[in-house]
Design a protein around this ligand. Structure first.
Ligand code: AMP
Ligand code: MN
Ligand code: MN
Length: 342
């Protein structure tokens, strides 16, 4: 294995490229509630595979297993949306299926049974916690984003990296590095950004779509959430916790869709007095999705794994069927244990 091939072994890379080259149809799937890295890595590879310039002309279907299938508003600018099909139209027993940015089979939601029945399952990911649930694994925990692994695969397949493909890959790179601010921002991440920018993509337009626009209703819902933010200085072994929530009633009052509240955590996590930030977000069905962030001293991937979720040490999440108060009550002892460990 050479250093620039990442953690996957040469045998896996060979097997993956062989499977993709010989397949007529490829079924792609990313994790539920897709973020820029999940959708960007899937659509980026999908576009490269269907490119006429490649002469490959693969049949590609792409999807994600949410019960209510809708691309989050802030990701609708990504090229390649025509490749998407609803989970109900997804092949039941795919010949070759490829998953993106999903650390476990469960993260595929409704598409998990399809993955279980696939003849070959290529898992492309960068989570340390990846359970290697496929038949071939391109998993590189040192990669800042899944799109970094996909760029390498596109290169190895000899497929062209045009501006549309690059836009998808760049969206994943900037999402997962927090615009090159997070600790995972390696020289390799910047080098890849340079290659992508060289295709002529528009970084200012991508940044605006991802982070710098919202309907007015967002200000009202954000204001309500920030108004009830709670600081617990003694939590997490004295390192501090700040938390708040956004209920579906908050959103209904302003007519704000669920996918507009993803950025609330980025405001809450900035405060100095808390190592850990938590935002609970209630979806339209009444389930709570919990976003958690730490500044590095507390391993949130481990805390969230205890609660059936997962993620990265500084950015992780889980779902909760409990009330807001009960969810925080379950979190406190786990944070205390992790806070004193550090
Ligand atoms: P989010 O707070 O939604 O931006 O999620 C942060 C990170 O946590 C994601 O990149 C995922 O790696 C992970 N994550 C979030 N929710 C879950 C979940 N329910 N199960 C496993 N991992 C999750
Ligand atoms: Mn993701
Ligand atoms: Mn990712």
């Amino acid at each position: 294995m050479t250093t620039n091939e990442g953690a996957a072994g040469e045998a896996d890379w060979r097997r993956a490229t062989e499977l993709i080259r010989t397949a007529d149809t490829l079924a792609l799937a990313c994790h539920v509630s897709p973020d820029g890295d999940a959708l960007g890595s899937m659509l980026g590879l999908g576009l490269a595979l269907t490119s006429a310039a490649a002469g490959a002309g693969k049949n590609v279907v792409a999807s994600f297993g949410d019960r209510v299938f809708a691309v989050p508003r802030l990701l609708r600018f990504l090229p390649g949306q025509h490749l998407l099909v609803e989970p109900s139209a997804y092949p039941a027993e795919p010949d070759v299926m490829i998953t993106f940015d999903a650390s476990t089979m469960e993260r595929l939601g409704l598409l998990a049974p399809h993955a279980g029945k696939a003849r070959e399952l290529i898992v492309i990911d960068h989570h340390v916690s990846n359970t290697r649930f496929g038949t071939v694994h391109l998993v590189d925990p040192a990669a800042a984003s899944t799109t970094m692994v996909v760029e390498r695969l596109i290169h190895r397949l000899g497929l062209p990296l045009d501006r549309d493909v690059a836009t998808c890959l760049y969206a994943g790179l900037v999402t997962d590095t927090g615009s090159f601010r997070h600790s995972i921002t390696t020289p390799a991440a910047h080098a890849m950004a340079g290659r992508l920018l060289a295709t002529g993509l528009r970084p200012e337009e991508i940044a605006r779509e991802l982070w710098d626009r919202s309907p007015f209703a967002y200000l009202r819902v954000l204001g309500a959430a920030l108004g009830r933010a709670t600081l617990e200085p003694d939590a997490a072994g004295g390192l501090g916790l700040v938390w708040t929530y956004v209920s579906r009633a908050d959103r209904a009052a302003e007519g704000l869709p669920y996918d507009e509240v993803e950025g609330v955590i980025d405001v809450v996590r900035r405060i100095d007095e808390a190592e850990v930030a938590v935002v609970l977000k209630e979806d339209d069905e009444g389930g709570w999705n919990v976003s958690t962030r730490s500044k590095g001293a507390v391993d949130m991937a481990r805390v969230c794994a205890e609660l059936g979720g997962g993620g990265h040490p500084r950015a992780a999440g889980f779902s909760s069927a409990l009330s807001v108060e009960d969810t925080i009550a379950v979190l406190r002892p786990l944070l205390a244990a992790e806070g004193t460990r550090s």
